[in-house]
Design a protein around this ligand. Sequence first.
Ligand code: ADP
Ligand code: MG
Length: 478
Amino acid sequence: MSLVSSVAPKEAERLWSECLALIQQQIASLSYKTWFEPIKAISFENGELSVQVPSQFFYEWLEEHYYVLIKNTLAQIIGGEARLTYVVIPPDEEGATDVVPLVQQQSIHVIAESHNGKSPGDSPASSKHDNLQPVKTYLNPRYIFNNFIKGDSNQLARAAALAVGNNPGGTSFNPLVIYGGTGLGKTHLIQAIGNYALENGKSKRVCYVSSEKFTIDFVDAIGADTMRDFSNYYRSMDLLIVDDIQFFAGKEKTQDSFFHTFNTLHQEGKQIVLSSDKPPKELRGLDERLISRFQWGLTADIQPPDLETRTAILRKKSEDDHIDVPQEVLDFIAANVTSNIRELEGCLISLLAKASLENREINIDLARDVLRLVVSDVRSPINVEEIQRLVAEFFDLPVDLLRAKTRKQEIVNARQIAMYLAKEMTNCSLKTIGLHFGGRDHSTVIHAYQSVEDQLKLDTKYRDTLQSIKRKIENTIR
Ligand code: ADP
Ligand code: MG
């Protein structure tokens, strides 16, 4: 189809609805409803289709997850030169016209407006609070987005944090609450927001504070009769980051003071970012008024990282420190330290310390010595052959059949499970897994993985079977 020029909204709507029809066929219906139905076509001119999205975060999510899909669809419906322009218009500001260019990316071109009539870096606090004491940010410069590894376990939290860092106070994620277990990256992520916003001129007055420090400052202020300074200081922030809010529990006066700080900042369109070890509604000993406010914005969790993410974190850390650690050693550590990223880092550091103190080579034996101190039973990394052997044994089949061409249903079933577990339990690429299964293509492995996932969702008996095979593999490989 050739590029035509038209400003008619009708034309835009027609083209976009053709795009939608194609997109709908290619993604899950829930994703389609969530991410595509809210998009409205605005205009089509000189090969550029403008669409309206409800928030910056929304646009970023589309870019991160559906870039290729959207690009290919546009090429198919409009032509290879087609461009897409996003206009961010929050639902309560429809009709707003002051759109400004934000980012330009390959053939998709983005326009977004800044919210609240505020442009980035133009901090309203600066004029009002000119004579306030300077901020000590308490940010650790090591905690940045660039070295925060993305994984399934932290995907939403990270995307929301990026959106907030880019537009503090201007997204609907106010407050942004990140919650999760200890050592999973909450402090890193919330500080990354502060570092990013400062570095990119999105906020001027940024402060990171633990809930304990806030409490101590509060108590000190009462003692020294400087409550007014205390309140003014925290209420002058453009971006206030409070870590571990669960420690506010039971401290009623501090909570009361924080409640007023929260209200002032929120009313002025300033950003609040919080972390907690539980979702807000499960926090005990906190005032209901606070808990309800914590739920105004977005609450996103961080889960323990999967094997792939753990390995990626170790690789990044060793690269950043310019230390050459063999991949098999990284795999070995990642396979054994499963619940906590701080511990994962600790193992790597101990490994390096031991290597240099005892002048030993960094290898599996050394790693085993280090891991024995942290993990009660050290496991060898699992390999694909072992998984195949145990799956075949479970189904009472000769292992060769898993690698053979046969399409008998029971063998296909066992083979798919073995492929699924190989993907879940090892670090092998899809291509490598395919090769282990009689030289099959990586797309066959993806298909197997998806069909096991589908059955897991539908069939509890199947889920139990898979769990017992997995347990068997874990118990055998020690
Ligand atoms: P929490 O506050 O949840 O207890 P931290 O933010 O202190 O956890 O994280 C513990 C350690 O793990 C920090 O050194 C942090 O840099 C590191 N870490 C956590 N998550 C990641 C990640 N996704 N990528 C890289 N490093 C991470
Ligand atoms: Mg922390």
